[in-house]
Design a protein around this ligand. Structure first.
Ligand SMILES: Nc1nc(=O)c2c([nH]1)NC[C@@H]1CN(c3ccc(C(=O)N[C@@H](CCC(=O)O)C(=O)O)cc3)C=[N+]21
Length: 304
């Protein structure tokens, strides 16, 4: 890459990390693996997605997951439940899905209505069908550095995006902004496993801008649109933007933005993921990957 000269006006220096293309490639590979499994006489892998309530954004995501599941040649089971569903009713459904041999993976779309405790529900999913990797067993395996667990989809997608830029992350300083169970914490575990020096910054962190600027790898997962400005980024850093917020434009339309001010960050970063087209599609591709993984374990090595 040639360095931009001072005469270049809006010299976008950052290279885009194309999550959409990587996800499409992964989906094609999974489809081929599914075909091999079927040729060996096994049934199609099946993914059950449970949606409670009718949040329009969640409905879009869940439908998208079903479309991608079919694209990978796998079976999808959609379970829509009303907003008023009790925790007992949801737990009863999960028990049924745990026992159903056609179901290899179970995902309960978050967030859940207030009468339902997300942790209780997540832990009710059998660890071998926990394709979100959010239950205690798979969380524990990741924390212990074991490689027989299921890794949560979004952090796994972020890792694959990072690996497309960095062959070896040993010794790099990775700063993660956001400490959620869904993204920040498992991301920290994965980057530790890659021999990074890991800092997790969160809502109580002091001098967060200064810490962010020390990052060779900056993963932002706060859900706060435009939190990270260009000035927060070390020149040449790799930036992974996990946030997705739908905002209204002055023209009365809506568009998706990330947690990073994209245009500004492009002037400073070395590599950056766009929103949309970055982490989102990789999250779904990793869900398909996890479903294929659990299906192979159920079907090919049922004793393991
Ligand atoms: N149990 C559970 N597991 C999840 O993995 C989970 C969840 N609950 N609840 C909600 C979040 C959100 N999430 C997304 C996945 C894909 C896109 C995605 O494909 N985004 C596209 C744009 C989609 C659009 O146009 O709206 C993109 O970024 O290019 C976005 C968001 C998974 N989540």
């Amino acid at each position: 890459m040639t360095a931009p000269t001072s005469t270049e006006q809006s010299g976008r220096t950052a290279k885009l990390i194309d999550g959409k293309a990587m996800a499409a490639q992964m989906t094609t590979e999974i489809r081929q693996q599914v075909e091999q499994l079927v040729e060996q006489g096994h049934e199609l892998p099946g993914l059950a997605v449970v949606l409670v309530g009718n949040d329009p954004a969640s409905e879009v995501y869940v439908k998208n997951k079903a479309i991608q599941t079919h694209r990978a040649g796998m079976k999808s089971f959609m379970q829509m439940m009303p907003e008023s569903t009790s925790q007992e009713e949801l737990l009863a459904l999960i028990k049924e899905l745990n026992e159903n041999p056609k179901v290899d993976g179970i995902l309960v779309q978050l967030p859940l209505p207030p009468q339902i405790d997300a942790a209780t529900v997540t832990n009710a999913i059998h660890p071998d069908k926990d394709v979100d990797g959010l239950g205690e067993v798979n969380t524990g395996r990741l924390a212990l550095g074991m490689n027989n667990g299921i890794v949560p989809c979004t952090p796994l997608g972020c890792l694959k995006l990072l690996q497309s830029v960095h062959k070896d992350m040993t010794g790099l300083h990775a700063v993660i902004i956001g400490a959620s169970n869904l993204v920040g914490r498992p991301m920290a575990q994965l980057l530790l496993r890659e021999n990074c020096t890991v800092t997790v910054a969160h809502i109580h962190t002091r001098e967060i801008e200064k810490i962010a600027r020390e990052a060779d790898i900056l993963v932002v997962a706060t859900g706060k649109a435009g939190l990270v400005k260009g000035s927060w980024i070390k020149p040449g850093a790799t930036v992974i933007d996990v946030g997705i917020t739908r905002i209204q434009t002055p023209e009365g339309k809506s568009r998706l933005v990330g947690d990073v001010v994209f245009e500004d960050a492009c002037q400073v970063a070395g590599h950056i993921t766009p929103v949309p087209g970055g982490v989102g599609p990789m999250t779904i591709a990793c869900l398909l990957h996890n479903t294929f993984l659990t299906a192979s374990r159920h079907k090919v090595n049922p004793a393991d």
